[in-house]
Design a binder for this molecule. Sequence first.
Ligand code: ZN
Length: 430
Amino acid sequence: MMDRGNGTILFRNVVLLDGSMEKAKAADVSVEEGRIAVVAEAGDLIATGDVFDGRGKTALLPGFANAHTHSAMTLLRGLGEESPLLEWLKERIWPIEARLTKEAVRWGTLQAIVEMAAAGTTAFGDMYFFMDDVARAAAETGMRSGLCRGLVGTDEAKVAEGLALAETWDRFEDRCRVQIGPHAPYTVDPEGLKKLASLALERGLGIHLHWLETAWEVDHIRKELKREPLELLEETGLLGVPHLSLAHGVWIDEGDMKALARENVTVIHNPSSNMKLGSGIAPVAALVEAGVSVALGTDGAASNNRLDLWQEMRTAALLAKVARQDPTVLPARKILEMATVAGARSLGFDDVGLVRKGWQADFVLVDLDKPHYTGWDRENLALFLVYAGASSDVIGTVVQGRWIWREGVFSFDDETIRTEAKEWRRKLIG
Ligand SMILES: [Zn+2]
């Protein structure tokens, strides 16, 4: 294990991609008490405490936000592979989830944090249950999180659990935000969605839900609920909550996109999960063109099966080009913005995701000395990262100026986590 540090550190002579993602520059970045204090030309700042020397060949960029996942599903990885979404959920996933315990969720979540931290992810958006234990796992490891208690139906006790989560954890150490989490429009009826939207408004909380993941879901809304999808968002008040995160959005109609181009709405694109479950190709290029904020997520480890934002960045970039048969759509710098600042915003953070004075110091450090970065320069670095880069290039992950992971070493006891996660998987699945 490694000491996390006290949140005050100078990152000297790094290759900074500050979030505008246009051009890299040689820089010194000083961090005080978890926030970015000064961004200067390389060589301009004098160290007074801890120093990380990038030696001109380490990129520093905002940390990645995995905006939609179900962390504890690391315990269910490999289960019911290659079956359709509803069959997979009903026959394989839900029966096992019904047997999950607090302890299992704790260790499954910690296992996910191990995987994410080593891949440069500094924040994750989680919808699951036993969320108190998820919040505790994030707090203990120093990870940033946006959490919601997943609601199938609007059982009062479960809704109350979700609100209690907000009471305890929302704004905890400025690293946690809590949302209300109706699972999907096919598991919570319109009345229920309306009730949750008004609770969100009343408490100043965001809403995170699965939205139009499969074509079946659109049919369900039209035939069973007798509405158009956009009407459902409007009449339930979901569009008016402080922040609305729509996970997947594969089947969003082009005609509805303008209505979603609002400051308080994010569509979270999960390309690998959508591909693996055969759900379809989300119209991301069109969403971006319509001005909709789009973030990236992995979804749970049982439907991806990686928790690796590098993989999602590359897949999102390639998939959009195939879908349009146009190599110019969704450029690398846009992809990086989706993986960083847009994700942080969707989780409820408005001072995370850019390397800017006063913002929280969440960074990923990348080794540009690897063979596949030969030829990078200030103009093309974003392209190298998205198309040639991989999580194995990460050499450090920093949240609030503190190391979570550095060159193979975690700031928490990852060995115990691996042992416990293995044991809980055995107990659940055999
Ligand atoms: Zn999901």
